[in-house]
Design a protein around this ligand. Sequence first.
Ligand code: 9D3
Length: 257
Amino acid sequence: MRIDVITLFPEWIQQLASLGVTGRALSNGKAELVTWNPRDFTLDRHHQVDDRPYGGGPGMVMLAEPLALTLEAVKRQAATGLVSAMSPQGRPLNQAAVKKLANRDRLILLCGRYEGIDQRLLDTCVDEQWSLGDYVISGGELAAAVVIDAVLRLLPGVLGHEQSAEQDSFSLDEKTGYGLLDCPHYTRPENWRELKVPEILLSGNHAAIEDWRRQQALLATWKTRPDLLAGAVFSDKDKALLAAALADQEAESITGI
Ligand code: 9D3
């Protein structure tokens, strides 16, 4: 996969090239990361990339022309590809969107700064906009970094264990059509400051362990992220596991154990 990132802070994005999963994917040649600074595509003496908003108001707006010239240079170097802007006005990113992005052989990520980008550039040169969610961050670079990390770890051969990506929370279960939060995890020691590892995980009974993990995942999702279960049609097994977990919880809250 080739990823082009248009940003006023290319060094932030370039850091990814040396770190963790993204670093490995890039050094293994599974992906190529190229950054472009719109400041290098300004034609004036001051290399101006932003200006005051028409109509007044706080902050600055990114100029259309340097971004258009940058995008034209990107496309000269590697034919076509959808242009994705990182923006608080975008569709919220989720794992289903990440999977679709990972299937492209090219990503062009445009990072906004300041109050935003001139709307005419968005209307004519940008194909889609992605947000990280309903909170404010200072610019698109962190969002692009998130997209790049989430996408690269889905590429074949990037993660150590091929299955890891598929087992993650939120990977929509093909069979049931709903995604769950992860179950709790434990490692040594068995007794840490008087806190024991759940007995079942030490039992060696793999079928029972699998059921327990599924049950814990269902319960965690039900309690913390009921939105992930909206419209879910539970299998009979999941229904039984969740009902039993909720009944246990109810009993605990009554008896206080
Ligand atoms: C008061 C209006 N603000 C819009 C919510 C102004 C504003 C805040 C932050 C304009 C731009 C930004 C910079 N943020 C991003 O570029 C951004 C972002 C975000 O702030 N939240 C979630 N996802 C993203 S992706 C890019």
